[in-house]
Design a protein. Structure first.
Length: 248
């Protein structure tokens, strides 16, 4: 199924690039990129896994503009890598999958994956590879669409059977790992894999990556302003962030 996911990303790379990069998306601009800048501060050898158009890679390079900083972005999608290369900004880019990183052991002091692992089938191999290429004491900046968003059939319900009407978030079978192909926009289909949070945390711990910091922020104002259906969204996180440290 990894081939299916990669094919969909090749077909719909423009959807992502036009809608979520280069200032187009308020969640990235107001929340994800500022958090990434803070968490990547001081990094010297950075690997951006699933770099897409390279916006996090460019941010990491700009963070260390006056220092000797190396940033490499990898992605399996040619259409994203082409745009990343065109946009420049300092990083180097290459085509690779997260589960087979073409780097020597302990090549990096920092790895970052931003909204990537929810599209990866071979998650255990990918986590093992992150741990392998990180030096001892290295950090992994791990951004996920919050697992409560990825349960099958999850979504906002407007209940008019009660007075006054109520809005609430319906969750599917949270503990069941499952893959779905979702229509994220008219004629645009992307494959997502739902996993409970414990699935990630335990796999990370097995490879010596332990949590230093965890954030579940409220959606930022810019997102709420353009998303009327998320009237009560301030009480539900859309983003999960973990900073992990390699301890062995």
């Amino acid at each position: 199924m990894a081939d299916t996911s990669n094919q969909l990303w090749e077909e719909h790379a423009d959807w992502w690039i036009e809608g979520f990069t280069d200032g187009a998306d308020p969640e990235y601009e107001e929340q994800i990129l500022p958090l990434a800048a803070h968490e990547l501060a001081g990094a010297r050898r950075v690997l951006d896994i699933g770099c897409g158009d390279g916006q996090v890679s460019r941010l990491a390079a700009a963070n260390g503009a006056e220092d000797d900083v190396t940033v490499i972005g990898i992605d399996p999608t040619w259409n994203c890598l082409t745009v990343a290369s065109e946009r420049g900004g300092g990083p180097a880019y290459g085509r690779a999958a997260a589960a087979a990183l073409p780097f020597a052991n302990e090549s990096f002091d920092t790895a970052v994956a931003c909204l990537v692992f929810e599209h990866i089938d071979d998650v255990d191999d990918a986590i093992a590879e992150v741990a392998r290429v990180l030096e001892l004491g290295g950090r992994f900046c791990f951004f996920l669409n919050h697992p409560i968003l990825q349960t099958p059939d999850a979504g906002w319900i407007n209940d008019h059977t009660v007075d006054p009407p109520e809005q609430y978030w319906r969750m599917g079978p949270y503990l069941v790992e499952s893959a779905t192909i979702e229509q994220v926009q008219k004629d645009v289909f992307i494959r997502f894999i739902h996993r409970p949070m414990s699935r990630y945390v335990n796999a990370l711990a097995e490879h010596g990556l332990v949590i230093e910091r965890m954030l579940e922020p409220s959606p930022p104002p810019g997102f709420l302003a353009i998303s009327e259906q998320y009237e009560s969204a301030a009480a539900f996180p859309r983003l999960l962030y973990l900073r992990l440290r390699k301890i062995r």
